[in-house]
Design a protein around this ligand. Structure first.
Ligand code: URP
Ligand code: ZN
Ligand code: ZN
Length: 465
């Protein structure tokens, strides 16, 4: 089956022109101006008219938590519902986190996640491996993950003490091994000991509201850990990536590392660009935005937008980790028991376009770079994913830049009963989505089935971008 997308404004990280895309099977076979005038197009080719629309690569969200056991419950989107919602929002590939259980192997955890994801995902997906217990039994598994399993990024937590956190001894050992095997270490960079102390102090003093979640993770906890991580990565020579960076202090630590010609990759998430800590000032309602790190200040949003344009912030992800309201209520009387995370997998591209491109904060090319291309490059999927070019998977979004709409839990497809952006009025909407050459979303309907999503084996990652 072949398809011709005609007369669209094609945007990649580096190009912007009006033209056509010819797709054969699952991949793009040609792209350029006036393709029918320059090459033979088979008569039975399906035609999609993209006049007036932007044509961009399928989005890649490299930070999502689907069906993840966490804080005594499971994140409420499964691999089926989460990847389907992602497709509705123009994200064709996600990278989900496998969590090693302390005392157990990486392989055991991977087997569990494969059991939940294989045959159920609707969109394409990969896995990061979260190493929560690095020891001499785990060490040989790093090579195995990269070479046999196609998992080349290893997530670490410097926080969640007593659950997921590793210490600096383990971090150093892991970095040395990952560097040797050609992988990348990613990090939740906040100081777990400081946070643990502040949480205990606030609880002892009788402060139990969501606001105290925010007050237990001040900016310094993130700035300190980001600098420490950058130093350890510099010492070991291991490529490093900071997930969900939120604030000026942490970005300054990264800026400082560039002075010694070190590249630390930085991801922020859409919520840190758009929402701020004033949301915690309402009683329990603030639980909707209880996540770690917490939302920050308006000055941090300005730093993050600038960081994108300065090339310091390389990726805009979501850290999609949804919990239904009834799950959030687990922390009704104690902020430390509110499951951490918020839903956004479906909203990222439209929010970033509307608040970023439409409002003149970033260019169209930058939009594609941080939402599609850089995640593919950093995580070993480029050029198969993350761009539109001959040979690439035909993961393509037709985007109406003028269409106005509002976000709401009553219309979204995520398996969660509230929207973190309820009533937000946006300009720009995903219209049609192709995944590997197949029309996946059209006229607000999903046309691909549970199980259509492929596991994407990733190559070695972490080279300079
Ligand atoms: O609050 C968050 N971020 N929940 C998911 C786990 C994590 O730290 O990424
Ligand atoms: Zn995290
Ligand atoms: Zn996360």
């Amino acid at each position: 089956m072949s398809l011709l997308i005609k007369n669209g404004r094609i945007i990649t990280a580096t190009e912007d022109f009006t033209g056509d895309i010819f797709i054969e099977g699952e991949t793009v076979s040609a792209m350029g101006k006036d393709l029918p005038g320059r090459m033979a197009i088979p008569d039975d080719t399906g035609i999609i008219d993209a006049s007036g629309l932007l044509v961009i690569p399928g989005g890649i969200d490299p930070h999502v938590h689907l069906d993840m056991p966490f804080m005594g419950t499971f994140s409420s989107d499964t691999h089926e519902t989460g990847t389907r919602a992602a497709l509705f929002g123009g994200t064709t590939t996600v990278i989900d986190f496998v969590l090693q259980t302390q005392g157990h192997s990486l392989k055991e955890a991977l087997t569990q996640w494969q059991g939940r994801a294989n045959g159920t995902a609707v969109g394409d997906y990969g896995f990061h491996m979260a190493v929560t217990d690095f020891n001499e039994r785990t060490r040989p598994e790093i090579k195995e993950m990269i070479e046999k399993e196609g998992i080349s990024s290893f997530k670490t937590f410097m926080a969640y003490k007593g659950a997921l956190m590793i210490d600096d001894r383990q971090m150093t050992g892991l970095m040395q091994e990952v560097r040797k095997q050609g992988g990348l270490v990613t990090v939740h960079a906040t100081n777990g000991d400081m946070i643990d102390y502040l949480v205990a102090k606030h609880r002892t003093e009788g402060h139990r509201a969501p606001l105290y979640h925010y007050l237990s993770q001040p900016e310094v906890t993130e700035a300190e850990a980001s600098a420490r991580f950058a130093d350890m990565a510099n010492y070991t020579g291991c490529p490093g990536y900071i997930v969900h960076l939120t604030c000026e202090g942490a970005l300054n630590a990264v800026r400082e590392a560039t002075r010694r010609n070190q590249q630390i990759f930085v991801e922020t998430c859409i919520q840190y660009l758009l929402l701020d800590a004033s949301l915690y000032e309402q009683d329990f309602e603030g639980a909707k935005w209880v996540m770690s790190p917490p939302l920050r200040e308006k000055k941090d949003q300005a730093t993050l937008w600038a960081g994108i344009n300065q090339g310091l912030v390389n990726v805009v992800a979501t850290d999609h980790c949804p919990f239904k309201w009834e799950q959030k209520l687990m922390g009704k009387d104690d902020f430390s028991k509110i499951p951490n995370g918020h839903p956004a997998i479906e909203n990222r591209l439209e929010l970033l376009y509307s608040e970023g491109v439409h409002k003149g904060r970033i260019s169209l090319n930058k939009f594609v770079e941080v939402a599609c291309t850089n995640p593919a490059k950093i995580f070993g999927m480029f050029p198969r994913k993350g761009t539109i070019a001959p040979g690439s998977d035909a993961d393509i979004v037709l985007f109406d830049p003028n269409r106005k709409h509002a976000l709401s839990a009553s219309t979204h497809h995520m398996n969660v009963d509230y929207s973190a952006y309820e009533g937000w009025e946006l300009t720009g909407k995903v219209q049609t989505v192709l995944l590997r050459g197949k029309v996946a979303i059209e006229k607000n309907r999903c046309l691909v089935e549970k199980g259509y999503g492929n596991f994407i084996r990733r190559g070695r990652s972490g080279g300079m971008i």
